[in-house]
Design a protein around this ligand. Structure first.
Ligand SMILES: Cc1cc2nc3c(=O)[nH]c(=O)nc-3n(C[C@H](O)[C@H](O)[C@H](O)COP(=O)(O)OP(=O)(O)OC[C@H]3O[C@@H](n4cnc5c(N)ncnc54)[C@H](O)[C@@H]3O)c2cc1C
Length: 746
């Protein structure tokens, strides 16, 4: 009965689930998170050496980057930036020192990407790729000693540029369905007759592909002559393919949303590769999917969440400043409530994403590889950055839209869908992975039960199943009463640490984790294996789990930063919004749950009344907006360690620098404006004539006005300047199509 009731796992699902481990997600699934444990968990910290790197080479690099020039004039990073990236080992942050790398912590790696992202998406993506899922990470986890000794120093020095080639035209989200193939055979390599693989593939969208010297290639391995074992089809395998081998074609370049980081297709026709190029050697043949999932379990918690946290903090920073300097209807637009609504959300999102980034990095640095948590981070951070960037664009109006060196937002806006699509398209991550894998991986008993059922030794399996099953029954009974009690009392007796005004949030999270754990059990019991096909149900569970995780991170940040009173509105906004989403998702879940009697049980035990959390109040939203429209310590904490331009006026100052100056001058001139306002005078000359302000103050107002004019200015171009771009040769689709499959395959 249990075999039928529980979800069955395909090989790729099992390998994904076995990759990585669990962390705070498992606590949420118990229904009774241990708050002491959360608060005692050491926050992420940089070592002295890491701090020096961020303050030194990273700062230096940011100052050298000109995003406009890179994207619209050079269509690439300039040679001196490539050299700097290699020389200062930006491509070797995760490679241990013994191999010539920097050996950085996850947090340091994240801080570097965050700062770079606040300056140039192109530079950030270029630096992040060799440090995330790719040859470096795979070699460290699975490479043989000889492979590590050979490749890692070359990757660390930048002599080799890696990329990771998984996606093919036919296989995107369903990457495991690739038709790229390798056949085990004997062949000639360097004049010697050796055992190897004949490869044929076609990949696309590969970041760094066009300039890579070595491809980390995923393909399906076949062994029809049984040269390495008894199986015909061995499965997905990963190998390092030098791009100078005969038969390898490195394609031209894609233009991802007009971002010019190197990205393009590549293909191979009958490429012969010696067996020692398979990552991990013959033993790892066929284990590629598991290796990928394992590398992804940690990596996806760093790169894109860091870029997204930077995006949210950057947009909060510039939009707060812009709303302060930009006036319409004779008042700064920051005074309009409708603008404050957006500013408040942006400020709180910046707080939340950075809280979650820091907490996740701390877990990674503590040795965890929490696959479910990193999936949550990837999809939630990139999705929430999209909301912040959209808000920023709306608040900036035309200033955000008109492209040119003065525009500091357009590039980020165009980059948003890239983060959402790569490392697992978010729709899949939200509706299948966060909860689909989470329910099995992070549940205290489910995986144990499933593993026991799959045990080929029936007696041992039955024994293990019994143990897990009765544990599960006990857990479910306790949790039913817990969820019921907490729901019917509004969570007022639920456990919470003594955290002042924040204690009530802990209580509500305790209440909803119990509700979540109970709803998970009821769903598994009633839908079993069918749960994974109910993507809308799964997505709502995924949202609840994500909200619980992110809220815990926000509470932890507030605690770790010394419970700053000034930051409380940000915390309050995050928690109130999160609780409202949790309640709405439960309500939708119950309303749509396909097994109606179970839905009625859920209603009774979890949410007897309609949702009552209504999100942050206008008062809290306005307090959050005020944080980013005024210089203050809370604003500093929110935007800490983003790139700050030093050139803020004259030639060489970019849009960001001009805005910084205008913001500072506008704030400094505020008391003068207030005095004029009280005297009901708008014109500085008139105020001077009437003695309301001094001559020096009138001059200050004039220079502030010209700083504001410079900050709100946009670019225009002569027709010839634009036609040179239009004259560029059109992308030739047909030549790619001709080359897309080796002749034999066609
Ligand atoms: C700029 C860029 C850089 C990239 N870099 C690399 C790289 O370096 N290496 C590499 O190997 N790949 C890379 N990729 C590929 C990237 O990982 C894929 O684009 C991604 O996996 C999605 O595949 P797809 O674009 O073919 O979309 P599709 O798989 O065609 O998906 C289309 C839509 O269907 C949805 N969908 C698919 N299956 C389901 C399902 N079961 N349930 C619900 N919805 C579903 C998806 O979420 C998506 O919304 C890159 C892509 C881009 C755009």
């Amino acid at each position: 009965m249990a075999r039928h009731a529980l979800p069955s796992l395909s090989d790729t699902e099992r390998e994904a689930i076995e990759a990585g481990d669990v962390w705070w997600d498992a606590d949420i699934f118990t229904g009774n998170p241990d708050w002491k444990k959360l608060l005692a968990f050491a926050p992420a910290r940089l070592s002295d050496e890491e701090q020096k790197f961020v303050a030194g080479p990273v700062e230096e690099l940011c100052a050298m980057l000109d995003d406009w020039k890179i994207n619209w004039e050079l269509h690439d990073l300039p040679p001196e930036i490539w050299d700097f990236l290699k020389k200062k080992k930006f491509f070797a942050m995760i490679i241990p020192k013994e191999y010539g790398g920097l050996g950085f912590s996850a947090y340091a790696h994240s801080e570097v990407i965050r700062k770079l992202s606040s300056r140039s998406i192109c530079a950030a993506v270029t630096a992040m790729v060799p440090n995330s899922l790719g040859p470096g990470e795979l070699l460290m986890q699975f490479g043989t000693k000889e492979q590590r000794d050979y490749w890692l120093p070359r990757l660390a020095s930048g002599d080799e540029i890696p990329c990771f080639s998984l996606t093919s035209p036919e296989a995107g989200s369903d990457a495991a369905s690739m038709i790229d193939s390798g056949v085990v055979c004997r062949g000639k390599f360097d004049g010697k007759d050796v055992l190897g693989i004949r490869l044929n593939w076609h990949k696309r969208y590969i970041t760094l592909g066009p300039i890579a010297t070595v491809l980390g290639l995923a393909f399906k391995l076949h062994d029809p002559d049984h040269l390495i074992g008894q199986q015909d089809d061995i499965g997905i395998t990963l190998a390092l393919v030098p791009t100078n081998l005969p038969g390898v074609s490195i394609g031209r370049r894609h233009l991802p949303a007009m971002h010019v980081f190197q990205n393009g297709p590549n293909w191979g026709h009958d490429v012969f590769l010696p067996m020692d190029h398979v990552i991990g050697g013959v033993e790892q043949c066929g284990k590629g999917w598991k290796m990928l999932m394992s590398a992804l379990a940690a990596g996806r918690g760093i790169s894109l969440p860091s870029l997204s946290a930077a995006g949210a903090a950057f947009t909060a920073n510039v939009t707060g400043a812009y709303a302060r300097v930009r006036e319409q209807f004779h008042v700064p637009i920051a005074r309009f409530e409708a603008i404050q609504e957006r500013l408040g959300r942006m400020a709180a999102t910046a707080y939340l994403l950075d809280a979650a980034r820091r907490m996740t990095c701390a877990a990674l640095d503590d040795g965890h590889k929490p696959a479910v948590v990193t999936a949550i981070m990837k999809s939630q951070a990139t999705d929430r950055m999209r909301i912040s960037v959209n808000d920023a664009m709306d608040v900036h109006g035309g200033k955000g839209i008109i492209e040119g060196p003065l525009n500091y937002l357009g590039s980020l806006y165009r980059g948003v869908p890239i983060g959402i699509t790569v490392e697992g398209a978010n729709i899949v991550t939200r509706s299948l992975i966060q909860f689909g894998q989470g329910a099995i991986r992070s549940h205290p008993y489910l995986l144990k039960e499933m593993m026991a059922l799959q045990d080929t030794d029936r007696a041992r399996g039955l024994d293990a199943f019994d143990k897990a099953f009765w544990g599960h029954v006990g857990h479910s009974i306790v949790n039913t009463f817990r969820a019921w009690g907490r729901a019917w009392t509004g969570g007022i007796f639920a456990p919470a640490p003594s955290a002042g005004a924040a204690s009530r949030f802990y209580r509500q999270l305790s209440r909803y984790s119990a509700a979540f754990a109970l709803a998970v059990d009821l769903s598994l019991l009633s839908l079993g294996g069918g749960l994974k096909r109910q993507e809308m149900v799964s997505a709502r569970f995924g949202d609840i789990l994500s909200e619980l995780y992110l809220s815990c991170a926000a509470l932890k940040r507030w605690n770790d930063e010394g419970r700053q009173k000034d930051d409380f509105p940000l915390l309050e906004w995050c928690l109130e919004a999160s609780l409202a989403t949790i309640e709405t998702r439960f309500d939708e879940l119950i309303m749509n749950f396909p097994v109606r009697p179970v839905a009625w049980l859920m209603r009774f035990f979890i949410q007897p009344l309609s949702p009552s959390s209504r999100g942050p109040s206008d008062h809290v939203t306005q307090a959050c907006a005020a944080i980013i429209t005024n210089p203050c310590a809370a604003r500093e904490r929110l935007t800490v360690d983003l790139f700050v331009p030093t050139k803020t006026e004259g030639d060489g100052a970019d849009g960001l620098g001009l805005l910084k100056r205008a913001f500072e001058m506008t704030v400094a001139a505020q008391p003068i404006r207030d005095r004029m306002h009280a005297a009901r005078i708008r014109d500085a000359d008139k105020a001077l004539a009437q003695g309301t302000i001094t001559a020096a103050e009138a001059a200050q107002l004039k220079s502030t006005a010209s700083a504001v004019s410079a900050a709100i200015a946009v670019n225009d171009f002569a027709a010839e300047e634009l036609t040179s771009r239009g004259a560029a040769k059109k992308g030739d689709v047909s030549s790619q199509a001709k080359n897309r499959r080796p002749a034999a395959a066609e």
